[in-house]
Design a binder for this molecule. Structure first.
Ligand code: NAD
Length: 253
Protein backbone atom coordinates (compact mmCIF):
# COMPACT_ATOMS: atom_id res chain seq x y z
CA UNK A 1 0.00 0.00 0.00
CA UNK A 2 2.85 2.36 0.69
CA UNK A 3 5.54 0.47 -1.26
CA UNK A 4 7.79 2.59 -3.47
CA UNK A 5 6.81 5.75 -1.66
CA UNK A 6 9.32 8.09 -0.05
CA UNK A 7 8.82 9.69 3.36
CA UNK A 8 10.82 12.40 5.12
CA UNK A 9 10.84 11.85 8.88
CA UNK A 10 12.44 14.73 10.78
CA UNK A 11 14.47 13.95 13.89
CA UNK A 12 14.49 10.27 12.97
CA UNK A 13 17.87 9.29 14.41
CA UNK A 14 16.09 8.24 17.64
CA UNK A 15 12.84 8.03 19.58
CA UNK A 16 9.45 8.37 17.93
CA UNK A 17 11.00 9.53 14.64
CA UNK A 18 13.10 6.37 14.41
CA UNK A 19 10.04 4.24 15.26
CA UNK A 20 8.03 6.01 12.54
CA UNK A 21 10.84 5.45 10.01
CA UNK A 22 10.95 1.73 10.85
CA UNK A 23 7.14 1.34 10.74
CA UNK A 24 6.98 3.08 7.36
CA UNK A 25 9.95 1.01 6.12
CA UNK A 26 8.15 -2.21 7.10
CA UNK A 27 5.42 -1.14 4.65
CA UNK A 28 7.96 -0.66 1.87
CA UNK A 29 8.32 3.11 2.13
CA UNK A 30 11.79 4.54 1.53
CA UNK A 31 12.96 7.01 4.13
CA UNK A 32 14.76 10.35 4.23
CA UNK A 33 16.24 10.39 7.72
CA UNK A 34 17.19 13.76 9.16
CA UNK A 35 19.83 14.19 11.84
CA UNK A 36 21.66 17.02 13.57
CA UNK A 37 25.43 17.18 14.03
CA UNK A 38 27.70 14.39 12.81
CA UNK A 39 26.48 12.20 9.92
CA UNK A 40 27.34 9.14 12.04
CA UNK A 41 24.32 10.02 14.21
CA UNK A 42 22.13 8.62 11.42
CA UNK A 43 23.99 5.29 11.15
CA UNK A 44 21.72 3.44 13.56
CA UNK A 45 18.57 4.66 11.77
CA UNK A 46 20.00 3.74 8.35
CA UNK A 47 20.68 0.22 9.65
CA UNK A 48 17.23 -0.04 11.27
CA UNK A 49 15.46 0.89 8.01
CA UNK A 50 17.53 -1.71 6.13
CA UNK A 51 16.65 -4.38 8.71
CA UNK A 52 12.98 -3.39 8.27
CA UNK A 53 13.35 -4.21 4.55
CA UNK A 54 13.60 -0.79 2.94
CA UNK A 55 16.17 1.86 1.98
CA UNK A 56 17.10 5.24 3.42
CA UNK A 57 19.25 8.27 2.85
CA UNK A 58 20.25 10.72 5.59
CA UNK A 59 20.35 14.51 5.33
CA UNK A 60 21.40 17.03 7.93
CA UNK A 61 18.64 19.31 9.23
CA UNK A 62 18.26 21.69 12.15
CA UNK A 63 14.67 22.94 12.02
CA UNK A 64 15.56 25.83 14.34
CA UNK A 65 17.98 27.19 11.74
CA UNK A 66 16.43 28.88 8.69
CA UNK A 67 19.62 28.39 6.63
CA UNK A 68 19.64 24.68 7.46
CA UNK A 69 16.02 24.34 6.30
CA UNK A 70 16.87 26.09 3.03
CA UNK A 71 19.96 23.91 2.50
CA UNK A 72 17.90 20.78 3.21
CA UNK A 73 15.18 21.76 0.71
CA UNK A 74 17.82 22.67 -1.88
CA UNK A 75 19.70 19.37 -1.47
CA UNK A 76 16.59 17.18 -1.33
CA UNK A 77 15.64 16.75 -5.03
CA UNK A 78 19.20 15.93 -6.13
CA UNK A 79 19.65 13.47 -3.25
CA UNK A 80 16.36 11.73 -4.17
CA UNK A 81 17.31 11.65 -7.85
CA UNK A 82 20.74 10.21 -7.13
CA UNK A 83 19.39 7.38 -4.98
CA UNK A 84 15.92 6.59 -6.33
CA UNK A 85 15.50 8.46 -9.64
CA UNK A 86 12.66 10.60 -8.25
CA UNK A 87 12.66 14.25 -7.26
CA UNK A 88 9.57 14.33 -5.00
CA UNK A 89 8.47 12.77 -1.73
CA UNK A 90 5.09 11.28 -0.81
CA UNK A 91 5.02 11.83 2.95
CA UNK A 92 6.39 14.41 5.39
CA UNK A 93 6.45 13.53 9.09
CA UNK A 94 7.17 16.61 11.21
CA UNK A 95 8.49 14.80 14.28
CA UNK A 96 11.41 16.97 15.46
CA UNK A 97 10.49 18.67 18.70
CA UNK A 98 11.54 19.47 22.24
CA UNK A 99 9.91 19.65 25.66
CA UNK A 100 10.48 22.54 28.05
CA UNK A 101 8.65 22.71 31.33
CA UNK A 102 7.70 25.36 33.89
CA UNK A 103 4.60 26.53 35.70
CA UNK A 104 3.18 29.89 34.71
CA UNK A 105 5.38 32.49 36.42
CA UNK A 106 8.43 30.25 35.99
CA UNK A 107 8.59 29.86 32.20
CA UNK A 108 12.12 30.90 31.19
CA UNK A 109 12.48 33.05 28.05
CA UNK A 110 15.14 30.70 26.65
CA UNK A 111 12.82 27.73 27.06
CA UNK A 112 10.02 29.60 25.33
CA UNK A 113 12.41 30.46 22.49
CA UNK A 114 13.26 26.75 22.08
CA UNK A 115 9.58 25.73 22.05
CA UNK A 116 8.66 28.35 19.50
CA UNK A 117 11.78 28.06 17.32
CA UNK A 118 11.79 24.24 17.10
CA UNK A 119 8.20 23.09 17.63
CA UNK A 120 6.34 25.93 15.94
CA UNK A 121 8.58 27.91 13.59
CA UNK A 122 10.58 24.82 12.64
CA UNK A 123 7.46 22.85 11.72
CA UNK A 124 5.93 25.70 9.73
CA UNK A 125 9.07 26.71 7.83
CA UNK A 126 10.13 23.15 7.05
CA UNK A 127 6.65 22.27 5.81
CA UNK A 128 6.66 25.38 3.64
CA UNK A 129 10.05 24.38 2.21
CA UNK A 130 9.02 20.76 1.53
CA UNK A 131 5.52 21.31 0.07
CA UNK A 132 6.92 22.19 -3.41
CA UNK A 133 8.67 18.80 -3.36
CA UNK A 134 5.61 16.83 -2.21
CA UNK A 135 3.57 14.84 -4.75
CA UNK A 136 -0.08 15.64 -5.36
CA UNK A 137 -2.03 13.12 -3.27
CA UNK A 138 0.71 13.11 -0.60
CA UNK A 139 0.41 13.30 3.17
CA UNK A 140 1.76 15.50 5.97
CA UNK A 141 1.71 14.24 9.55
CA UNK A 142 2.90 16.47 12.38
CA UNK A 143 3.50 15.25 15.92
CA UNK A 144 1.50 17.09 18.53
CA UNK A 145 0.83 15.87 22.09
CA UNK A 146 -1.88 14.48 24.32
CA UNK A 147 -1.25 17.59 26.41
CA UNK A 148 -3.28 19.74 24.01
CA UNK A 149 -6.33 17.86 25.34
CA UNK A 150 -5.35 17.35 28.98
CA UNK A 151 -2.78 19.92 30.12
CA UNK A 152 -0.80 19.28 33.33
CA UNK A 153 0.88 21.71 35.75
CA UNK A 154 4.12 22.92 34.17
CA UNK A 155 3.26 21.96 30.60
CA UNK A 156 1.25 25.02 29.49
CA UNK A 157 3.92 26.52 27.23
CA UNK A 158 4.83 23.18 25.65
CA UNK A 159 1.16 22.33 25.14
CA UNK A 160 0.59 25.75 23.56
CA UNK A 161 3.43 25.11 21.10
CA UNK A 162 1.80 21.84 20.07
CA UNK A 163 -1.64 23.45 19.84
CA UNK A 164 -0.11 25.85 17.32
CA UNK A 165 0.94 22.87 15.17
CA UNK A 166 -2.59 21.46 15.31
CA UNK A 167 -4.10 24.74 14.17
CA UNK A 168 -1.48 25.13 11.46
CA UNK A 169 -2.42 21.65 10.19
CA UNK A 170 -6.06 22.73 9.81
CA UNK A 171 -5.16 25.70 7.61
CA UNK A 172 -2.68 23.64 5.64
CA UNK A 173 -5.28 20.91 5.01
CA UNK A 174 -7.57 23.56 3.57
CA UNK A 175 -4.87 25.07 1.35
CA UNK A 176 -3.48 21.74 0.11
CA UNK A 177 -6.82 19.96 -0.34
CA UNK A 178 -7.00 20.97 -4.02
CA UNK A 179 -3.74 19.02 -4.52
CA UNK A 180 -5.29 16.04 -2.64
CA UNK A 181 -2.60 16.39 0.03
CA UNK A 182 -3.85 15.25 3.44
CA UNK A 183 -2.66 17.02 6.60
CA UNK A 184 -3.16 15.54 10.07
CA UNK A 185 -1.61 15.53 13.53
CA UNK A 186 -0.85 12.53 15.73
CA UNK A 187 -1.01 13.38 19.43
CA UNK A 188 1.07 10.86 21.42
CA UNK A 189 0.54 10.22 25.10
CA UNK A 190 3.50 9.63 27.43
CA UNK A 191 5.96 7.42 25.56
CA UNK A 192 9.24 5.85 26.67
CA UNK A 193 11.96 7.79 24.81
CA UNK A 194 14.74 10.26 25.68
CA UNK A 195 12.01 12.91 25.83
CA UNK A 196 11.64 14.78 29.15
CA UNK A 197 15.02 13.45 30.30
CA UNK A 198 13.87 9.89 29.66
CA UNK A 199 11.38 10.12 32.56
CA UNK A 200 8.66 8.08 30.81
CA UNK A 201 11.24 5.32 30.24
CA UNK A 202 13.38 5.46 33.38
CA UNK A 203 11.36 6.93 36.27
CA UNK A 204 9.47 4.00 37.83
CA UNK A 205 7.29 6.27 39.97
CA UNK A 206 6.16 8.25 36.95
CA UNK A 207 5.62 5.08 34.89
CA UNK A 208 3.47 3.57 37.65
CA UNK A 209 1.40 6.76 37.93
CA UNK A 210 0.89 6.99 34.18
CA UNK A 211 0.08 3.28 33.83
CA UNK A 212 -2.54 3.60 36.57
CA UNK A 213 -4.10 6.54 34.75
CA UNK A 214 -4.14 5.02 31.26
CA UNK A 215 -7.01 2.91 29.94
CA UNK A 216 -4.62 0.37 28.43
CA UNK A 217 -2.69 0.15 31.72
CA UNK A 218 0.82 0.99 30.54
CA UNK A 219 3.11 3.73 29.22
CA UNK A 220 3.42 3.98 25.44
CA UNK A 221 6.38 2.49 23.57
CA UNK A 222 7.91 4.20 20.50
CA UNK A 223 6.54 1.42 18.27
CA UNK A 224 2.97 2.28 19.36
CA UNK A 225 3.38 5.76 17.92
CA UNK A 226 5.43 4.70 14.89
CA UNK A 227 2.68 2.28 13.82
CA UNK A 228 0.00 4.97 14.26
CA UNK A 229 1.99 7.37 12.08
CA UNK A 230 2.64 4.74 9.39
CA UNK A 231 -1.03 3.68 9.41
CA UNK A 232 -2.16 7.26 8.88
CA UNK A 233 0.13 7.43 5.83
CA UNK A 234 -1.58 4.46 4.12
CA UNK A 235 -4.31 4.60 1.48
CA UNK A 236 -6.72 3.21 4.06
CA UNK A 237 -6.64 6.70 5.59
CA UNK A 238 -7.18 8.41 2.23
CA UNK A 239 -10.33 10.24 3.40
CA UNK A 240 -8.81 11.42 6.68
CA UNK A 241 -7.54 14.99 6.65
CA UNK A 242 -7.56 17.99 9.00
CA UNK A 243 -7.74 15.65 12.01
CA UNK A 244 -5.99 15.40 15.37
CA UNK A 245 -5.64 11.70 16.18
CA UNK A 246 -4.55 10.79 19.68
CA UNK A 247 -2.33 7.73 20.18
CA UNK A 248 -2.11 7.51 23.95
CA UNK A 249 -3.70 4.20 24.96
CA UNK A 250 -6.37 6.31 26.63
CA UNK A 251 -4.04 8.26 28.92
CA UNK A 252 -5.53 10.67 31.47
CA UNK A 253 -9.07 10.41 30.12
P1 NAD B 1 13.41 12.62 21.58
O1 NAD B 1 13.95 13.72 22.41
O2 NAD B 1 13.96 11.25 21.73
O3 NAD B 1 13.48 12.98 20.03
C1 NAD B 1 13.34 14.27 19.54
C2 NAD B 1 13.92 14.30 18.15
O4 NAD B 1 13.80 15.65 17.65
C3 NAD B 1 15.41 13.94 18.14
O5 NAD B 1 15.70 13.13 17.02
C4 NAD B 1 16.08 15.29 18.02
O6 NAD B 1 17.35 15.25 17.38
C5 NAD B 1 15.06 16.04 17.15
N1 NAD B 1 15.24 17.47 17.24
C6 NAD B 1 15.19 18.26 18.35
N2 NAD B 1 15.49 19.53 18.03
C7 NAD B 1 15.70 19.55 16.69
C8 NAD B 1 16.05 20.56 15.76
N3 NAD B 1 16.26 21.82 16.14
N4 NAD B 1 16.18 20.20 14.45
C9 NAD B 1 15.99 18.94 14.05
N5 NAD B 1 15.69 17.93 14.89
C10 NAD B 1 15.54 18.24 16.19
O7 NAD B 1 11.85 12.61 21.90
P2 NAD B 1 10.63 11.85 21.18
O8 NAD B 1 9.77 11.33 22.28
O9 NAD B 1 11.10 10.93 20.15
O10 NAD B 1 9.88 13.11 20.55
C11 NAD B 1 9.49 13.17 19.19
C12 NAD B 1 8.30 14.10 19.05
O11 NAD B 1 7.20 13.58 19.80
C13 NAD B 1 8.54 15.51 19.59
O12 NAD B 1 7.94 16.44 18.73
C14 NAD B 1 7.81 15.50 20.93
O13 NAD B 1 7.38 16.79 21.30
C15 NAD B 1 6.66 14.58 20.62
N6 NAD B 1 6.01 13.92 21.77
C16 NAD B 1 6.68 13.05 22.56
C17 NAD B 1 6.02 12.43 23.62
C18 NAD B 1 6.70 11.44 24.53
O14 NAD B 1 6.14 11.15 25.61
N7 NAD B 1 7.85 10.89 24.19
C19 NAD B 1 4.68 12.71 23.85
C20 NAD B 1 4.01 13.61 23.03
C21 NAD B 1 4.68 14.20 21.97
Amino acid sequence: MTADRIAIVTGSARGLGLAAAVALAKRGTRIVITYRGEPSRADGALDAVAVAGSEAIALQLDVADVDSIQQFAHALPAALEARWGKREVDVLVNNAGVGRWGAVGEIAPDDLDALLDINVKGTILLTQAVVPHLVDGGSIISISSMLTRRVTVGSAAYAASKAAIETFALGLALELGPRRIRVNTIAPGPTATDFNGGAMRDDDGMRDFLAANTAMGRVGEPEDIGEAIATLATDGAAWITAQRIEASGGALI
